[in-house]
Ligand binder design. Structure first.
Ligand SMILES: CC(C)=CCC/C(C)=C/CC/C(C)=C/CC/C(C)=C/COP(=O)(O)OP(=O)(O)O
Ligand SMILES: O=P(O)(O)OC[C@@H](O)CO
Ligand SMILES: [Mg+2]
Length: 255
């Protein structure tokens, strides 16, 4: 029988009480050493999980080393956020087993998943089925995955895809504006999606400040993801400051 695993249960239990903040670290942009330091800091400041992945080249030894370093420096769950079947590391706790529903290329809808499935099983990593939706502008991930990005002024299209994902059995929905997007997913779109789905909603891309995090959470995101703001902070002290403010914005909004 299919069971809900440890990490997914942890997410659901926490969501009863609060909105969550996940930090995304890309092995392409951070060294294992820095990843370890950022993970330790994240845990101290109240981040709820670390995601590891990237749309270009986050695989193999470099991926393993980053995941290992995070596991050694913190006790936060590490969830893989793969760009392809290569983005699987045996050292991670779980994997967002995602299908990019609005890609034009079947590789990103079912192909990478088929190629990665046995690896996930062999390593005993917990798969969490997730609908991954690219919203304009989509940035690198939108281009790499040949997405047909959802227009920012068409919240209903996002809601339709999200509901379809839920009906196909996906247990999370992720709205992605793209890493480093100038603006995060529009609030109206987050509201429209949240109004129709029952599974937790994750929102990421372009969230950089206390205000961004707070309005995304207020609009209905259950889990708020940030990557660039922390990765590109320039120093650990600056990363700490930014993270503190973002977490404050997330945690001030009650579910
Ligand atoms: C479930 C399995 C085995 C594979 C799924 C593969 C799929 C569907 C991937 C979706 C398309 C894709 C390329 C996703 C990448 C996800 C990701 C980590 C994006 C953002 O990473 P950043 O590192 O923040 O962005 P940059 O790559 O722009 O730096
Ligand atoms: O790097 P940022 O803009 O925080 O985006 C995070 C994440 O949603 C990208 O996949
Ligand atoms: Mg990156």
């Amino acid at each position: 029988m299919l069971r809900i695993g440890k990490v997914e249960s942890y997410i659901h239990e926490k969501l009863e009480k609060e909105k969550l903040h996940f930090v995304l670290l890309d092995p392409d942009d951070v060294s294992p050493e820095t990843a370890g330091k950022l993970a330790k800091m994240s845990e101290e400041l109240g981040v709820d999980a670390i995601m590891v992945g990237g749309s270009t080249g986050a695989e193999g030894e470099i991926l393993d080393e980053v995941v290992k370093s995070i596991k050694e420096s913190s006790s936060l769950p590490v969830i893989l956020f793969p760009g392809s079947h290569g983005g699987v590391s045996k050292y991670a706790d779980a994997i967002f087993f995602m299908s990019l529903l609005n890609s034009r290329n079947p590789f990103f809808i079912t192909g990478a998943q088929a190629l990665g499935a046995f690896t996930v099983k062999r390593y005993g990593i917990e798969p969490i089925p997730m609908a991954y939706l690219i919203v304009e502008p989509g940035e690198t991930v939108g281009w790499v995955s040949d997405a047909k990005p959802i227009p920012r002024h068409k919240p209903k299209i996002a809601a339709a895809y999200a509901l379809a994902g839920q009906y196909m059995g996906m247990r999370l929905v992720y709205l992605e504006a793209g890493s480093g997007a100038p603006e995060h997913v529009p609030n109206d779109m987050i509201k429209a999606v949240k109004a129709v789905i029952d599974v937790p909603l994750i929102v990421g891309g372009g969230i950089r400040s206390y205000e961004d995090a707070k309005e995304v959470a207020q609009s209905g995101a259950d889990i708020i993801v940030t990557g660039t703001a922390i990765e590109k902070a320039g120093s650990l002290e600056e990363a700490r400051k930014r993270l503190e403010r973002i977490i404050k914005g997330v945690k001030e909004v009650k579910p």
